[in-house]
Structure formats: structure tokens, C-alpha cells
Design a protein around this ligand. Structure first.
Ligand code: CA
Ligand code: CA
Ligand code: CA
Length: 441
């Protein structure tokens, strides 16, 4: 099963263009058919060379995600005239994205840019796919048990189906909710009814939007719902005589507008790596999770071969020595943690440099502040460094508000700081650097 919810906007008319983008769940996702915060999903991109000649694609860039990695295809990739080709990518949806659309830019290169397309990729949708096998995921109202879960489905294993009713009777399924902002509403429907006379009708607040009847396989219906309190209602209504076929209707994969939604980010990593290391330097680091008393399942993707990872139930210990041959290499790798249906991921970046004595540069890439923006406290990390440093939290006008000493890790109470931008000054002898801190309550 795959799904596609997106709109694409081509920015140029090139000879190679994106024909289609589809998603499939990866093993680093909760396996339902929609992308959500914290998941790694597989993006399948179909390209079309709409010229007559062969074109070689040297590079594809996908912007808008913190991590993407190409799978199942090697570059450069030759595409003959009028031919299509497929690429698959793993993409990471950040844990802290509570938005519902990612704006992603696709750039395809051969020497110069061949194609530049923006795709709006929907995430975190409120979907009723009936895959729980129950009607309890949302607050559905079903009159007289006239609708029930069924295995004739559009996606997954289940849908909902109107039950046997008499002539002149009605099967009603409805839901009421407060829509936060004007948004898309869509559903798949299938009918096996007496054409014209026995109809599936869809209403918003008792206004009839659409009617379907006859014998048809699954189709998609799309509309918009405005901000405010609304009732969505699906009714199968029979007239006074006659029936056809199975005499019922089905619904599946109902995309509800966003309502009072808070994205469940139960877990997150606190100290993902973004650093520069010196070749042949010993690297030891512990990746921690926000709730250390929980038991997680960890997986890694693209871990550098010189780095080893040891998982306990709560954290991951990394150690390794980048060899001289890795100088100037930029490593990007992922850790994924999950617990039941919650996923989170950590994008890590390590660049290997030749040996340097530059203390400031050394420090700059070893400091991490989490959370940032912060409200009550911060953890100040100086990793892979045994030295003790002096820190000050300063207003943007240079007034020192807090100060102390830090080595490796320090938790600092910032609950008394008001909303705004601050600088953290980290100092050793006469050398210092600044790190920006945002307080947001
Ligand atoms: Ca999902
Ligand atoms: Ca389903
Ligand atoms: Ca009838």
C-alpha cells in the first residue's frame, strides 16, 4: 500500500520532471499509511525525461527535511528519451514538526539544474482508516448500529460499511468537532446501491454537499471545511422500494480537518550530534532521550563504519576513532527510537578535519544547548572535552544574568528568564564563544 497526499508546483520547464511522488511506510514508522512527526518514511519519486535524447542525472537534492538518503539507485543515472525512472529516498520527519505541511524542494541536476519542483507534503493528518478494527479512534456517532467495520476496504484491512436497512430507512454516521483552521476534508467511498434512488449523502451541518449511488468501486471525494464547530454526516438513505447488488455503501481513509490536535511527542533525543572531529581523535559520546526512565527500541541508519553504538534500554553510547582516510568527509547518520506507536529520530552530523589547534573552532562544535527554545531549564553540553569552562548567560545588551562553571554537562535553571533572545558565553582563559539561547514559555 502506498499513498500520496501532495501538490507539486514546477518552478521551471525542464527536460526531466517529477511525474509522481508516493510514500510508503519504512520500518522506522508505525506502519499506518500516513507520515507523522518523528517517523522515517520512504519517498518514491518517479521522473520523466520528456525530451527525445538521453539525459544523465548526476545529483538529486531534496530540501525541507533534516535528513534524506537515496536508496535503491546509483547516481549518475541515465534516462532515455521519453522514459520514466524511479528513485527512492528515506526521509526523516522531524519530531518537533507540529505543522501539517512540509514544503519540500526537489532539484535534479546534470551540470546545471534540470528540474526544480516544490512539493507540499502533508503530515500529521487526522485520518480515520478504521484500522483499529473499531469505531473508537474518534468520537463517532452511529445511529442504531447502522454502520459497522468491514473488510472490503480501500486501504489497510478495514473500512466502515452501512448495515442492512429497510426501504424508507436511513443509516447515519456522524462526528462533531471544532475545526481549528479552514482545511481539507476527504474520504474514499464505494457504493453498491440502486442507482439514483438509494443514495449515500454527505452533509456538513445539515447542508447536503454530495450524493452518490449506483455500483461503483472506490473513489475519492474532496472538499473544504471552515473554522468553527461542525458536524460531518454520512447517510445511506433508501427510498420506498427496490434494491440493487449488496444494497450498501462503504467509507474508508477519511482525512479529517485538524481539530484540537496536539501531536503526541512523547519521546525525543536531547543531544543529537553536530560537530567537527579531528582525524585519529578518540570520540566518546552518549546520546540521551528526554525520558530516561522509559525503555526504547533503538535503530541506526548509515552509522559510519569507524563508529560503534551500544544501546542500553535508555540511551546509546557511541565510541570510535575516525581514521586519517576520513579527513574532509561529512557523515550524516540517524538514530531512531520507538516505544509502542511513538517514533522519534535524531539526525547526527560529524565532519572530519585535519588536526587543528584552534580552540574556538574546537569549542564551537562541541557545545550544545537543549532544549532551545527553552522555558524552565537548559542542559548545556560540552562533549568530547574534559576541560572546565566558565559560562555566563547574558542579555542581548551584554548584561550577565547567570554564571558558573561547566564541564561536559550542566543543567541550568532558566525559569526566571522572560521570553526573548539571550547569549550564552563560554570562556576558557581569554578565549570565548557565544551560543544563542531562546526563551519561550
Ligand atoms: Ca505513520
Ligand atoms: Ca482502511
Ligand atoms: Ca430503492
Amino acid at each position: 500500500m502506498s499513498w500520496d497526499f501532495l501538490y507539486t508546483i514546477p518552478l521551471e520547464i525542464p527536460s526531466v520532471q517529477i511525474k509522481d511522488i508516493k510514500f510508503t511506510p519504512s520500518i522506522y514508522s508505525n506502519q499506518n499509511n500516513y507520515p507523522e512527526s518523528g517517523e522515517i518514511i520512504q519517498m518514491n519519486v518517479q521522473l520523466l525525461n520528456n525530451s527525445l535524447g538521453t539525459t544523465s542525472i548526476d545529483k538529486i537534492e531534496i530540501e525541507g527535511f533534516p535528513y534524506t538518503s537515496i536508496i535503491e539507485q546509483k547516481l549518475p543515472y541515465k534516462l532515455n528519451g521519453n522514459q520514466t525512472g524511479n528513485f527512492s529516498f528515506l526521509v526523516a520527519i522531524p519530531t518537533d514538526y507540529s505543522i501539517d505541511t512540509i514544503k519540500s524542494q526537489f532539484k535534479i541536476y546534470h551540470d546545471k539544474i534540470l528540474s526544480d519542483t516544490v512539493a507540499l507534503i502533508k503530515i500529521n493528518k487526522q485520518i480515520e482508516d478504521w484500522e483499529s478494527g473499531t469505531t473508537s479512534k474518534f468520537d463517532w456517532k452511529i445511529e442504531n448500529q447502522t454502520w459497522a467495520i468491514d473488510s472490503n476496504m480501500y486501504e489497510g484491512d478495514y473500512s466502515i460499511k452501512s448495515q442492512k436497512i429497510k426501504n424508507d430507512d436511513t443509516a447515519t454516521l456522524s462526528i462533531e468537532f471544532l475545526v481549528e483552521e479552514t482545511n481539507n476534508l476527504s474520504f474514499y467511498y464505494k457504493t453498491e446501491t440502486e442507482a439514483t434512488y438509494d443514495e449515500l449523502k454527505f452533509y456538513i451541518d445539515d447542508s447536503l454537499y454530495v450524493s452518490f449511488s449506483g455500483i461503483f468501486d472506490w473513489k475519492l471525494y474532496n472538499t473544504m471545511v471552515s473554522t468553527g464547530l461542525h458536524t460531518l454526516k454520512w447517510q445511506y438513505i433508501k427510498d420506498f422500494q427496490d434494491s440493487d447488488s449488496s444494497d450498501c455503501v462503504w467509507l474508508d481513509f477519511i482525512e479529517l480537518p485538524k481539530f484540537n490536535a496536539t501531536i503526541p511527542n512523547e519521546i525525543s533525543f536531547t543531544n543529537c550530534i553536530d560537530t567537527i572531529l579531528t582525524a585519529e581523535e578518540v570520540f566518546n559520546y552518549t546520546l540521551e532521550t528526554s525520558e530516561p526512565n522509559q525503555i526504547y527500541n533503538f535503530q541506526n541508519i548509515n552509522l559510519p563504519t569507524w563508529l560503534t553504538a551500544k544501546n542500553s534500554d535508555q540511551n546509546i553510547t557511541l565510541s570510535g576513532i575516525p581514521p586519517k582516510t576520513t579527513i574532509d568527509t561529512m557523515y550524516q547518520f540517524l538514530f531512531v527510537a520507538n516505544k509502542a506507536d511513538s517514533f522519534t529520530q535524531c539526525v547526527n552530523k560529524i565532519k572530519i578535519k585535519n588536526e587543528t589547534n584552534d580552540i574556538l573552532n574546537h569549542l564551537k562544535h562541541r557545545i550544545n544547548v537543549h532544549p532551545n527554545p527553552a522555558s524552565d531549564y537548559i542542559n548545556l553540553y560540552i562533549f568530547n572535552d574534559e576541560n572546565e569552562y566558565f559560562y555566563q548567560i547574558m542579555s542581548i545588551h551584554g548584561v550577565s544574568l547567570k554564571q558558573g562553571k561547566v564541564s561536559s554537562k550542566k543543567t541550568i535553571d532558566v525559569s526566571d528568564l522572560s521570553n526573548g533572545i539571550y547569549n550564552i558565553k563560554i570562556q576558557k582563559e581569554n578565549e570565548f564563544i557565544y551560543k544563542k539561547l531562546i526563551i519561550k514559555k
